[in-house]
Design a protein. Structure first.
Length: 81
């Protein structure tokens, strides 16, 4: 994900140094070379993963999250009017 973030952050810098002719050529090349594209974003659920020990040591807050607190209403009977 960090590589994707870096790419998005650096794209405007790259585009800024291109001449208008370079930008036009890049748009034309892209339209001729790519039929369609899409992005898929995945997330990792630590509860469904078997990470190597070094990953857990590097980011224990992510890989060993604390149990979520139970909502206050749990176990209480609803009031009826």
């Amino acid at each position: 994900m960090a590589d994707i973030d870096k790419s998005f952050a650096e794209e405007p810098k790259f585009t800024a140094i291109l001449s208008e002719a370079d930008r036009r050529d890049a748009r034309e090349l892209r339209s001729e070379a790519i039929d369609s594209d899409r992005y898929e974003l995945y997330s990792v659920n630590p509860a469904q993963s078997y990470p190597p020990d070094e990953w857990v040591k590097a980011d224990p807050d992510f890989w060993t999250p604390k149990a979520a607190a139970k909502p206050e209403t749990e176990g209480k009977k609803p009031k009826h009017n």
